[in-house]
Write a protein of this length. Sequence first.
Length: 82
Amino acid sequence: MLAAVELPSLGYSRHMRELRLREFSTPSRQEQARIAELLSTWDGVVEREEAQLTGLCKEKAALMQQLLTGKRRVRLSECEAA
């Protein structure tokens, strides 16, 4: 939205003054509420995915440690061993 606005190169405080003088269209309150609701929903999804990824990374590190110390062995089938 602001990328399409041509502002004179006058410095930050002068830019703010220029922006205050212009009118910008905004979504209705109802639409803003719906957007906020959707963003909150997706924030929850992202948090759950990040938690799951963190858990998987910890599990991988633990398995790698077990493989490196010999506590766990990998069994290969005959086809894979050849």
